[in-house]
Design a protein. Sequence first.
Length: 282
Amino acid sequence: MADAAPASGRGGFRGGFGSGERGRGRGRGRGRGGRGRGRGARGGKEGDKEWVPVTKLGRLVKDQKIKTIEEIYLFSLPIKEAEIIDYFLGTTLKDEVLKIMPVQKQTRAGQRTRFKAFVAIGDFNGHVGLGVKCSKEVATAIRGAITLAKLSIVPVRRGYWGNKIGKPHTVPCKVTGRCGSVLVRLIPAPRGTGIVSAPVPKKLLHMAGIDDCYTSASGQTATLGNFAMATYHAIANTYCYLTPDLWKETVFVKSPYQEHTDYLMKYPLRSRAEPRYEAKSY
């Protein structure tokens, strides 16, 4: 009895209405019949959902027809589901919020403020991505930017400065990326130099797995979004140059879609999804 009295009084005061049993959870769980207090119960259910792929590529990945993410990049297949990236790189990926800035739009009722988030993601071993998302709430913007960053992950080609001793440590050649007025140039550097750059490109290059690199930037680099995007484009351009060591004869092989055509036809997407109801005609 001694324990029951303060609990009911506390719940009644914080909840504002009804008895103490309903008022718990800082007023969020009133009238729900004890169906999960606050945000914890809902968040747990969402995290336990099984991935149901909605694209052909997603089905091939989940059914282990595609073994590595390099097979996807080899045939330039567009990735439309973030779960594909989680399947291959989920344990090694790290994300970092570069900036959150408010943006405003003038309306008849006044100003509408939203939040724009810039998120960089990478595994520190040859894969990096950058996502930008705008939303009414900061948490929603960050969550959306992480998803977009996963979808934009690109492979990073690394090379040597001088003799090819040890593992690749720098960019293979001079590469350039541009966004708006910002132009970023990446220049190979000797082993042990480190990343010589501003803080923003340094984070992206470090996440990409590049240990040594000189950089040169011009334009309005104070605009962080354009600065980060220009660096991302420069890193992505490392695989856009056909250097002499790649002049070997090309061996053409079937793409995953062509190789597993019979499997995709045998198990179509529509059979797994819910049945479609046709509109009644009167």
